[in-house]
Write a protein that binds this ligand. Structure first.
Ligand SMILES: *[C@@H]1O[C@H](CO)[C@@H](O)[C@H](O)[C@H]1NC(C)=O
Ligand SMILES: *[C@@H]1O[C@H](CO)[C@@H](O)[C@H](O)[C@H]1NC(C)=O
Ligand SMILES: *[C@@H]1O[C@H](CO)[C@@H](O)[C@H](O)[C@H]1NC(C)=O
Length: 173
């Protein structure tokens, strides 16, 4: 699939108010697929923009190996209002780099204030450095509801994070 097809799939599901719980688009090349959401409202509590349709039952979004870039991550915070109950986000094997992960921070902060916060985040093999991952951990630790599970294996973390640290669990998580 390329981005226009993925956009069509997402828009069609949204338009139909699909009851889908798991959307798996992994192993495609869909960079740009959510760029039309960039003009929405980046908050789950912001009612200034009326949301008429949403994918209310969507809990798992698997975007593994989709050639997603930093701008795609930026669009996620705008798309989140359409996926209010998302709990598992898999962005593994995308060339997000540290800049991409920083674009995810506003999403993580906003999402932690939502009724259904994110529980699992997969960021394996995303070309992250230990600086990016350290900042990510700080942001997560400061959010209202931290993740239950985070995978950050296969990144370049040699300076700070031990190789074994692939799943971080918070108390109570
Ligand atoms: C991925 O898609 C973009 C355009 O959407 C294209 O420029 C790029 O060459 C594609 N990459 C691969 C590996 O197919
Ligand atoms: C809601 O979103 C608008 C832009 O769409 C922004 O100007 C406003 O500050 C936001 N309000 C809150 C409470 O986030
Ligand atoms: C997310 O991707 C990883 C590979 O990076 C895979 O092991 C894992 O099963 C995926 N999780 C989900 C919920 O799809």
């Amino acid at each position: 699939m390329w981005w226009k097809t993925a956009k069509l799939v997402f828009d069609t599901l949204l338009e139909a108010e699909s009851c889908l719980q798991v959307l798996d688009l992994s192993e495609n090349n869909i960079t740009g697929w959510l760029s039309h959401f960039k003009w929405g409202s980046p908050s789950c509590s912001n009612t200034s923009r009326k949301i008429s349709k949403s994918l209310k039952s969507l809990r798992v979004l698997n975007l593994r190996c989709n050639n997603l870039q930093k701008d795609d991550v930026d669009c996620l915070k705008y798309a989140m209002v359409y996926m209010p109950n998302l709990e598992v986000l898999n962005l593994s094997e995308n060339p997000l780099q540290d800049e991409g992960i920083r674009n995810l921070f506003p999403y993580l902060v906003e999402k932690s204030k939502c009724e259904t916060p994110l529980a699992e985040l997969h960021l394996e093999n995303c070309e992250l450095s230990c600086d990016g991952v350290s900042q990510l951990l700080e942001v997560l630790a400061a959010t209202n509801v931290p993740l239950k599970s985070l995978s950050i294996g296969d990144n370049h973390l040699t300076r700070l994070v031990p190789r074994e640290l692939e799943v971080v669990k918070w108390p109570g998580g």
